[in-house]
Write a protein that binds this ligand. Structure first.
Ligand code: GLA
Length: 409
């Protein structure tokens, strides 16, 4: 009997694999604001700000130290934290973050050197993942600079197997910038995969990554996510409207939501944006469906309660007058946290949509007999029905929704 119990425990233990990310990981990553300057006191400051702002309660649980820039290795090959930058070492840092209810993320690189020129994990994958596990790391970001491996997938498989051999649950974030189509193999290897090169706090950069995400929705879902990169929300020169569109888009596209702005210098409107529960709910929905672009700059996705989310982006420089009608629906504007209609009813939403802004609406409809081809996008004043490549299942039938946006000028 005892042997059976031991065997059972062994099976369960060796079955402990990568952390299961049922919903996209949320947290904070140091790179976008602190770059190569990150150190222990900055991390403590971020951790305290996260707690003060109640971010962990909203789901922002990981604090990821990007480019910790290890000093070297000891005689056994074990990574050495820089005693000047991290005087208390990584184990103490992890313990402190855990005591605050946060989880600890750490960066390394698949090649011999990181993108910032520090020491990477090449040839030390098993030892480094074991070291990370002993330190108490919960999330591993593995960058791809200086890697000379021919097959990106096999490079990351080494890290997956190394993590699994430690028996500590850790999230593996694959950062091969879309090289070798990680969406095709990433699900079996890690928890998320970057689809593009690095984000910058510029509208064109947001649009470029957004456009690269189109068509990848089928690969994303519970356990493995398309990673559109860390958030630039709140970082200049993005305007507030651009930050808002960026946050809504990353949310409905089920990207990991990793904040990257200075939490101590945040405006009140950015604070409200990143703390908006209704937007976060679109990202953290357990069904895990990434929004699909059903017509140019209109995205749709279903949520686990059968509601339908539709987002309409104005990427251009003109203002748009947008009118949306519905029938037999109950509607929520997550950005404004405003509801329309107390019961399922007909309704209308009319708004001037400024350049680089977004409208997102969540529909609960009583009558699900009409499908998405009742959406009529209008651009350049020409009205036309379209046949969307349906989010298949006609079981999810949508409301009658008519978009009537047209150019003001
Ligand atoms: C690469 C990654 C970034 C960041 C930097 C750090 O560029 O894509 O996310 O981690 O390296 O050097």
């Amino acid at each position: 009997m005892h042997i059976l119990i031991i065997l059972f425990c062994l099976i369960v233990k060796t079955g402990a694999v990568l952390e299961k990310t049922a919903t996209p990981p949320m947290g904070y990553s140091t790179w976008n604001t602190y770059g190569m300057m990150v150190n222990e006191s900055i991390v403590l400051q971020i951790a305290q700000a996260m707690v003060r702002l109640d971010l962990p309660k909203l789901g922002y649980q990981y604090l990821i130290v990007d480019e910790p820039c290890f000093l070297g290795r000891d005689s056994n090959g074990v990574l050495l934290a820089d005693p000047v930058r991290f005087p208390n070492g990584m184990f103490m840092l992890a313990s402190y973050l855990h005591s605050l209810g946060l989880k600890f993320g750490l960066y390394t690189d698949a090649g011999p050197t990181t993108c910032g020129g520090c020491i990477g994990s090449y040839g030390y994958e098993y030892l480094d993942m074991l070291t990370f596990a002993i330190w108490g790391v919960d999330y591993v970001k593995v960058d791809y600079c200086s890697s000379t491996d021919t097959y990106t997938a096999s490079t990351y498989l080494k890290f997956r197997d190394a993590i699994m051999s430690t028996n500590r649950s850790m999230v593996l974030s694959i950062i091969s910038w879309g090289l070798d189509s990680p969406w095709l193999w990433g699900r079996n290897v890690g928890n998320s995969w970057r689809i593009a090169f690095d984000i910058r706090p510029e509208w064109q950069s947001i649009l470029s990554i957004l456009d690269q995400s189109v068509g990848l929705e089928k690969y994303s879902g519970p356990g493995g996510w398309n990673d559109l990169d860390m958030l630039e929300v709140g970082n200049t020169p993005l305007t507030f409207g651009e930050s808002q569109s960026h946050f809504v888009l990353w949310s409905i596209l089920n990207s990991p939501l990793l904040l990257g702005n200075d939490l101590d210098q945040m405006s009140s409107e950015i604070t409200s944006l990143i703390k908006n529960r209704e937007i976060i709910a679109l990202n953290q929905d357990i069904l895990g469906i990434q929004a699909k672009m059903i017509v140019s700059d209109v995205w749709a996705k279903f949520l686990s309660d059968g509601s339908l989310v539709i987002a309409f982006l104005n990427r251009g420089s003109e203002w748009l007058n947008v009118t949306i009608y519905w029938n037999q629906c109950y509607v929520l504007d997550p950005i404004r946290q405003q509801r329309y209609g107390q019961h399922y009813s007909a309704g209308i939403y009319s708004k001037i949509l400024a350049s680089h802004n977004i409208i997102v609406l969540r529909f609960w409809c009583q009558d699900f007999h009409f499908i998405l081809d009742n959406i009529y996008p209008v651009s350049n004043n020409s009205l036309g029905p379209f046949n969307p490549p349906l989010i298949s299942a006609a079981t999810y039938i949508s409301p009658i929704i008519v978009f009537l946006p047209f150019l003001l000028f």
